[in-house]
Ligand binder design. Structure first.
Ligand SMILES: [Fe+2]
Length: 201
């Protein structure tokens, strides 16, 4: 028990552990600078079908799933999407590493540089900043799961668009793997929706 300005900390003390695995879900090791791909790839960070929107969508919807199974699935996939945010961020950072001002200007990233220098910022490939209107929460499990299933298909399609835009195996490996995870998520959401429909939710 700790005391702070006369208030008591109940239960867990200051030493409560935060567990974070200090490695990426899939390794990223991009050796070739490619600002053009960095500019495109950012859409899977801050675009409407990107990983940040996915994570926030599921982590907000999970509380209104009707049973433990649904809440657990939304939590599993929502937290995995955060791991995918981290992968995409790492890819963008590696693709932009040691970029010169001339390279930044040539890639059309000068407006990004003006606002953010070399820092990351969630936008789509057109530079449009992330907005929470990219996802919905209705409190209705059938409606929310239907959105989630569509979102996974759209994320898969965008990964395929990006795969078509590069030949670098260091970029293709993680993109193919991320695309496959969207297919897995699509299947898991589809199974849960089917189960909930049968149960009459
Ligand atoms: Fe996903």
């Amino acid at each position: 028990m700790h005391l702070l300005l006369g208030k008591q900390v109940i239960g867990h003390g200051w030493n409560s552990m935060w567990a974070y695995e200090k490695r990426l879900q899939y390794p990223i090791n991009i050796k070739k600078k490619d600002l053009r791909m960095a500019k495109l790839l950012v859409t899977q960070y801050g675009g409407s079908n990107g990983e940040l929107a996915a994570a926030l969508r599921y982590l907000n919807q999970r509380y209104t799933m009707p049973d433990d199974k649904g809440r657990a699935l939304l939590t599993d996939i929502g937290t995995e999407e955060l791991a995918h945010v981290e992968m995409i961020q790492t890819m963008i950072a590696q693709l932009m590493q040691n970029a010169t001002i001339d390279e930044i200007k040539a890639a059309g990233l000068d407006s990004h540089y003006a606002e953010h220098k070399n820092a990351l910022y969630p936008t789509d490939a057109n530079g449009v900043p992330f907005t929470v209107s990219y996802f919905a929460t209705t409190g209705d499990p059938i409606s929310d799961l239907t959105e989630d299933i569509a979102a996974e298909q759209k994320a898969r399609a965008v990964y395929e668009n990006l795969i078509n835009l590069t030949d670098d195996p260091d970029i293709l490996g993680p993109l193919l793997w991320l695309r496959q995870r969207e297919v897995v998520h699509f299947n898991r959401f589809s199974e849960l929706l089917e189960e909930y429909r049968k149960k009459g939710y």
